[in-house]
Design a protein around this ligand. Sequence first.
Ligand code: NAD
Length: 453
Amino acid sequence: MSRQQLAVQQARRSFQTGRTKPLEFRIQQLRGLQSFIQERQGDIKDALQKDLGKSELASELYDILVVESEIKLSMTKLAEWAAPRPVEKNLFTITDEVYVKPEPLGVVLIIGPWNYPWSLTLLPLVGAIAAGNAVIVKPSEISSHSSKVMKELLPLYLDKDLYQVVEGGVPETQELLKQRFDHIFYTGSTTVGKLVMEAAARYLTPVTLELGGKSPCYIDKNCDISTACRRITWAKFINCGQTCIAPDFLLCEPSIQNRVVEEIKKSIKKFYPDSPNSSEDYGRIINQRQFKRLMGLMEGCTVALGGDADEAKGYIGPTVLKNVTAESKVMQEEIFGPLLPIISVDGVEEAIQFINEREKPLVLYVFSYDDKLIKKVIAETSSGAVVANDCVVHFLDSALPFGGVGHSGMGRYRGRHTFDQLSNLRSCMIKKLTMEGFNSMRYPPHTDRKVSW
Ligand code: NAD
C-alpha cells in the first residue's frame, strides 16, 4: 500500500469514528492551528524568506494575519454556521419542520500552490476543520522549505490521524489523486486544475478549483491616475508579481500611457527608495524555470520601465512594457511575475470588447471617477470578482466569496463560504403522521372530485 493510500485510509477511519462531529472538538483543533501559527511564526517566516525572499512583514501580512483572522472568525461563528437553517414554508409544509443542516463531507484533499504557500493552503484547512472533515494537505513541493516545516510541525498541533500533511511532487500528487476523496480543493494553474477534475470524476468527487488567468485592469482617463498607479504598483509587485489576483495587464487610451508609466515609476521609487534589488520589501522569483519563462515573455516588447534582472539572485525588477499587442508573447499566458504590459484601447467600449473576447478572468479591475462607467463595466463583462478603484484587497474581506469562473476556476471560499463549500448542505423535512384527510388528495384513484378540489 502506498503512503498516500495509507494516509487517506487512516484519515477515513478516523473520520468514521464520528469524533469530528461535536463542535467542541472542531474548536479545539482550530485552537491547535492557532497555537501552531503563534508559536511557529519564526519557522514560517524563515521558510518564506528561503522560498520566496519574503520580508518578515510581508509574511506576516499576507501569509499569517489573514489565516489568524480566519481562524478567529470561524471559532466565533461556528455554532451559527453549523446550526440548522430553517427555510421558508409553503401551504404544504406549514406544519412540518423544514431546514437545511450542514454536515461534514468526509475526507477532503487540499492541494496548495507555492506563491502564498501558507495562507492559500491553511485558509481552506480552517474551513475544512470547521466543517468537521478529515483532511489530507499536500503543500506545493516548489516552495520546499514551507512544505518541510508544514510536514514536520503542523501535525504536532492537530489530531495526527484526522489531519495529515503528505509531501510530494507530481508523481506523489498523482498517486494521491487516485484515492477516493469527498472533496478536492485545488489552488494552482488551470492546466493542472483540469487534471485534478479529470481524476476527481472517477469517484464523482466534487472539486473547488482556485485557478489563475489574466486579470485585466482598465484605467479610465477620467481618474486620479496618480492614486490608481500607486495602488496598481503595490498590487502588481508584491511577492514579485507572483500573485494570482495581481493585475496581469493594463488597458488604457494612448493619451494617458506616458502619464501611467511616469506615475508607476514614481511609486516604485517611493516604495523601494534605493532600488527594488536591494530592498527587503521586494521578493524573488521562485526558481530558475520561472525566471527563464518570465525573461522569455519580454521578447518583442518595448521596455518602458525596469527590465533589469539578475539570474543568480532570482531577481527581475518591476517592469512595464509598452506597445504590446494582443498577439505579443506576453499576452498568450498568465504572467505571474513582475511584468506589466500596457495595451492601447480606444475607450471603455473597446476595453470591454477586449475583455469579453478572452477567457473569464479571476478578477477584473477598473479605475475611474465615473460611477456609471464602473457599473457599465460590471454589467457588460464577467469574472470571478470585480474591484473598482483598488486591486487585490477584496481577498481580505472574508464576507465576499472568493473564486473564479470558467477557466479561472469553480467554487467559492473564505469564511462562511469555505464552511458551506466543504459541507453537505442536507435538506431535512420532518412531517407528522397526521392530517391524512388533507394528504389523501394525492393518493389514487384520482377522481374528478379530487382534481377539481
Ligand atoms: P501548479 O498547478 O503548478 O501546482 C500546484 C499544485 O499542483 C502543486 O502542489 C503541485 O505539486 C501540483 N501539481 C503540479 N503538476 C501536477 C500534475 N501534473 N499532476 C498532479 N499535480 C500536479 O500551480 P503553481 O505553479 O503552484 O501556481 C501557479 C498558478 O496557480 C497560477 O496560475 C496562479 O494564478 C494560480 N493560483 C491561483 C490562486 C487562486 O486563488 N485562484 C492562488 C494562487 C495561485
